[in-house]
Design a protein around this ligand. Sequence first.
Ligand SMILES: C[S@@+](CC[C@H](N)C(=O)[O-])C[C@H]1O[C@@H](n2cnc3c(N)ncnc32)[C@H](O)[C@@H]1O
Length: 248
Amino acid sequence: MFLALRQIFNVLRLCVDLNGPLLSPALYLFEYVRVHYEERVESFDARFGTDTTSPFIERHREDRAYFYVPAVASVISHALSTLPLERNKFVFVDLGSGKGRALLVASEFPYARIVGVELSDHLHRIAEQNVKRFTPSSQQCVNFELQCMNAADYAFGNEPVVLFLFDPFGRAVLERVVANLEASLSSTPREAYVLYVCPQFEDVLQRSSALTKLKEGGPRWRPWSRYVIYGAVPAAASSAREPVAISS
Ligand SMILES: C[S@@+](CC[C@H](N)C(=O)[O-])C[C@H]1O[C@@H](n2cnc3c(N)ncnc32)[C@H](O)[C@@H]1O
């Protein structure tokens, strides 16, 4: 009895500590109901035998907790389908990849490589299982690379990149991620897109000298489905082909 009460207290304490939009147990409950409702509508896990739906909270440091909820599959899919990508040329990188929902959806597009970076070892291992289970006939990329590490330390490679973010972390980590991307683009100029779902710190992207806003989408009344797309297209790439047009 005492143990159960202590566990309930610990969960509530974690909820109150959360950074970002989920600042209270009431909002945690809201997210729990919301993602299960979305799963009833989309049947993502039911269709693919994966485990991506349930939220998860984890404390990483004394003063900090991290929260997993999956992005809505149809939102990821729609936003990705608007990007003007050359086949097998781009790497898809999800920083804060959780159980891997966005990685799985991205694998239905012709990426050269799909990278998931997640801080939580528990979520990282679930994502590894999900990648093994996800084998639809529509899959176009099976080259997955899952890394358990802090996104702030992720070093971008030299390929054209689609960076995916679903409200994964606060301003400080996002600023480091954008600085890392800018440094990478400055040393190896190439095409890059940033798809930021639930973009509560969009001003960090707005301030970037390397990125330009290309599009926004999703209904305003569903903040978890709102997204913005920023892009960096070096002069050489843009003059060699039609101007980048992002369809709606
Ligand atoms: C809202 S979930 C997004 C999950 C996934 N991208 C999706 O769309 O289905 C945010 C994830 O970011 C992770 N996260 C938070 N801070 C992080 C950091 N500094 N480095 C890596 N992952 C982090 C959390 O553990 C959580 O799994």
